[in-house]
Design a protein around this ligand. Structure first.
Ligand code: NAD
Ligand code: WQD
Length: 339
């Protein structure tokens, strides 16, 4: 069993990963500045698992704070979720994104190097792929220049980590390219709790269903897809969390830097998601069609064969499970962690 530092561990994907890490018997130190999360998530993680973790409130750009964490705990590996992720906001305040995501990641790997910790799992994104690639996207396809600053930070950090592993063979780095994480822990005690108006489809749908928003705007109905709406690869957050445990095992045994897609390999359209959500949960989701959203592609889904073959990982949950679990979380926590 290993001692894992989880940056951004109070967030949506981080909190679910902490549950799986603790259930698997690992020790967990969460390092998070709570800029987009609540400590309540960690209280619930510990209640769900009946295990404790260590929480350190801090910013990954703070070298002294990181040094203290590495000095106080014998860390074997780091899972690095900390960062900002709102695509639209990244266009308004690019420097804040470059600082948190790029400078923050540099600060983290510098601290790791000072502490002689060289195993890292990094949260990357399918957004790094060149938009000209045709789905299913595989890891050998070229990356592109993401159309937004958020995606740009993911690409830069990926490239930086690749170069670092080439220069210094002590590093062992997994780049996990997430497709579209949705769903929540079965208990409904932890889930996605976006601040303000949700940018992503799933929390928007659940907030309409729970009465917090009037109706969903479906961005575009004239794409070259099954029903004209955008197609994405939705992946249950618990499957995604488990991919980190698989990557961790892989990285504790191998050197170098390697990318893996984490998706189900299935594409679902926006209308399919909305309609299936209504059927599975027996609730209505009011909607209207709206113009396409700038920067969106028609279709994006994964070829996940590499993760299945090399990581021993396999997604377990269906779209129905994802939509039932998202709703279970939202209806139990209409205002997220606030109440
Ligand atoms: P999230 O916002 O819920 O979690 C990120 C966490 O990092 C938050 O708890 C936040 O408080 C913390 N954080 C932010 N900046 C920090 C800093 N400078 N120092 C310390 N902590 C900081 O987001 P999430 O959905 O859980 O995403 C986790 C990671 O996965 C992010 O890196 C994100 O870019 C990446 N990712 C997310 C998606 C998605 O759709 N959710 C898709 C692909 C990649
Ligand atoms: C999914 C589909 C929209 C909202 C983004 C980031 C990516 C990654 C995951 C991470 C699209 C449509 C959405 C709405 C809609 N990020 N939609 N109405 O754009 O695939 O990926 O999140 O940190 O980097 O770009 O996800 O959930 O925003 O959209 O019709 O109100 O739903 O057009 O087809 P996307 P999404």
């Amino acid at each position: 069993m290993a001692n894992i530092l989880v940056t951004g561990g109070a967030g949506y994907i981080g909190s679910h990963t902490c549950v799986e890490l603790l259930n698997a018997g690992h020790s967990v130190v969460v390092f998070d500045n709570l800029s987009n999360s609540s400590e309540e998530a960690l209280v619930r993680v510990q209640a769900l698992t009946a295990k404790s973790l260590i929480f350190v409130e801090g910013d990954i750009r703070d070298a002294n704070a990181l040094d203290q964490v590495f000095a106080a705990h014998q860390i074997d590996a780091v899972i690095h979720f900390a960062g900002l992720k709102a695509v639209g906001e990244s266009q308004q305040i690019p420097l804040v994104y470059f600082d948190n995501n790029i400078a923050g990641s540099i600060s983290l790997v510098q601290a790791m190097q000072r502490a002689n910790v060289f195993n890292l799992v990094f949260s990357s994104s399918a957004t790094v792929y060149d938009e000209a690639n045709i789905s299913p996207l595989n890891e050998d396809m070229p990356t592109g220049m993401p159309s937004n600053n958020y995606g740009y930070t993911k690409l830069i950090v990926e490239q930086m980590l690749q170069k670092l592993a080439i220069a210094d063979a002590r590093w062992s780095i997994a780049l996990l390219r997430y497709f579209n994480p949705v769903g929540a822990h079965k208990s409904g005690r932890i889930g996605e709790d976006p601040q303000g108006i949700p940018n992503n489809l799933m929390p928007y749908v659940t907030q309409v269903a729970v009465g917090r928003r009037e109706k969903l705007s479906i961005f575009g109905q004239d794409y070259d897809t099954v029903d004209g709406t955008g197609v994405r690869d939705y992946i249950h957050v618990v499957d995604l969390a488990n991919a980190h445990l698989c990557a961790l095992n892989n990285r504790l045994e191998a050197a170098g830097c390697r990318a893996w897609n984490i998706g189900t390999g299935n594409g679902s359209s926006v209308l399919e998601v909305k309609n299936t959500f209504e059927q599975v949960n027996g609730v209505a989701v009011a909607f209207e069609f709206a113009p396409r959203r700038e920067g969106d592609v028609a279709t994006s889904f994964a070829d996940n064969a590499r993760a299945i073959a090399e990581l021993g990982w396999k997604p377990q949950y269906t779209l129905e499970d994802m939509l039932a679990d998202s709703w279970n979380w939202q209806k139990q926590n209409p205002e997220g962690y606030k109440k």
